[in-house]
Ligand binder design. Structure first.
Ligand SMILES: Cc1cc2nc3c(=O)[nH]c(=O)nc-3n(C[C@H](O)[C@H](O)[C@H](O)COP(=O)(O)OP(=O)(O)OC[C@H]3O[C@@H](n4cnc5c(N)ncnc54)[C@H](O)[C@@H]3O)c2cc1C
Length: 388
């Protein structure tokens, strides 16, 4: 490890890996550090991504795809089902996928150091000039022209650099998920159970992983969690009722932010991407694509800034502007408005919405398509929901 690079990437998830590859591809010297001893573990993810979104970044490869699904079914509080066909999704094996992304970054020339933590930013006035690194119990200084904070939901780096990264408790979903084996499921269908009695302020999912196995999980609003009503309690009840024969081989717990993105994602010498920038979708909790998309955009901005010799906030703000104006940025704003509208409903209203939509044809499970279908059958929500 040298003591100075063009770009220092903090975090080895999808956002950091794509950022490191993009900057290294352009000939910049790049160091990526990951605090865990191994990339991709423990997995804290249900591993679903649209096939088109995946292939925007990497060729689909059975080594890191556990299953491919072709439909999605939404199940309302009383069991009413709405099926959306033509939804090509991949259920990844993130243990392999995250490593593959890191390998691509290394192949492009980025240096990777695992078990290496960014303890705090090096600051000169308001400018971020690198990070104090902890590796094997030793501290050292690594300077960089641009630091890309890709340190995920637990992100501390941007906060230490003076950016407000607080997420209100109400806007954190606490999650629990089991890998459940030996169950009878349609291996081509993702299932989303939407009932606030079963999953307060969130939803339950069943994503097949092939060979009678699935990721079955839940996200609930942090402020709804309590004795007997924690995410895992709700999940246990759901499994007992729906998949009593299932054999559980893994439990994961995690959190997803469902707030608006950070109000600023660029500072002097700093760019913030993925979950660290609160870019996971507030309605679905999905963030793999958004992390990769923002990671790439941030690295492209860093490349121009380094080549132009100007890594000031003014120059780096091009990244902030670009993602807000992108389809991803617009989708995030739409999802946030829909999530807020859903949270104002109760199970009775949700059931009525499900009933009204039973005969709707929705080709693709985008938030906009859902809003369009809801509004067509329920014009009374026109004031509640964003225009689709
Ligand atoms: C239960 C659950 C289910 C989910 N399901 C889905 C899903 O089905 N589809 C989907 O798209 N998204 C899903 N998500 C969200 C998805 O996992 C994240 O949005 C995605 O991983 C974000 O990528 P990232 O690169 O921004 O952050 P991460 O993948 O979290 O990577 C951040 C990395 O930074 C490292 N790090 C942190 N601090 C430091 C430091 N100081 N120094 C060095 N390294 C550091 C961490 O160890 C971590 O490896 C789910 C999340 C949860 C919790």
């Amino acid at each position: 490890m040298k003591d100075s690079y063009d770009v220092l990437v903090v975090g080895g998830g999808p956002g950091g890996a794509v950022a490191a590859k993009t900057a290294a591809d352009e000939g910049l010297s790049v160091l990526l550090i990951e605090k865990r001893p191994a990339i991709g573990v423990p997995v804290r993810c249900a591993e679903r991504i649209g096939k088109d979104s995946l292939t925007e970044f990497i060729e689909a490869d059975p080594r890191f795809i556990s299953a491919e699904t072709s439909s999605a079914t939404l199940i309302g509080p009383d069991g009413t089902e709405i099926t959306l066909e033509s939804q090509a999704d991949c259920i990844l094996n993130r243990k392999v996928f995250d490593r593959e992304l890191i390998w691509k970054a290394a192949e492009a020339g980025a240096e990777i150091q695992v078990h290496t933590r960014a303890a705090e930013p090096i600051m000169e006035g308001d400018k971020i000039c690198g990070a104090v690194i902890e590796q094997h119990g030793k501290r050292s200084f690594v300077r960089a022209k641009v630091v890309i904070a890709a340190d995920g939901i637990e992100s501390g780096f941007a906060g230490q650099a003076g950016i407000n990264t607080t997420v209100p408790l109400d806007e954190i979903e606490t999650c629990a998920q089991y890998i459940v084996n030996d169950i009878n499921i349609d291996e081509t269908e993702n299932r989303f159970h939407i009932s606030f009695a079963d999953a307060p302020g969130g939803y339950l999912w069943v994503f097949p992983k092939g060979n009678r196995c699935a990721n079955i999980g839940i996200g609930i609003r942090g402020s709804s969690s309590g004795e007997g009503q924690r995410a895992r309690d709700c999940l246990d009840r759901f499994i007992e009722k729906n998949y009593p024969e299932g054999k559980i081989t893994e439990l994961i717990a995690g959190a997803v932010s469902v707030c608006r993105p950070l109000s600023e994602t660029a500072a002097d010498g700093l760019l913030i991407v993925g979950d660290a920038a609160r870019l996971s979708d507030p309605l679905t909790g999905c963030g793999i694509y958004n992390a990769m998309f923002s990671g790439k955009l941030a690295a492209q901005t860093a490349v121009s800034a380094v080549k132009n010799g100007d890594t000031s906030k003014k120059a780096l703000t091009a990244y902030d502007k670009a993602w807000r104006e992108s389809t991803m940025g617009k989708d995030l704003a739409c999802s946030y408005a829909v999530k807020e509208a859903l949270l104002r409903m109760n199970d009775e209203t949700l059931t009525a919405v499900f009933h009204s939509m039973q005969n709707c044809k929705i080709e693709h499970i985008s938030v906009q398509n859902l809003v369009r279908a809801i509004l067509k059958e329920n014009p009374q929500f026109a004031k509640e929901l964003p225009p689709a």
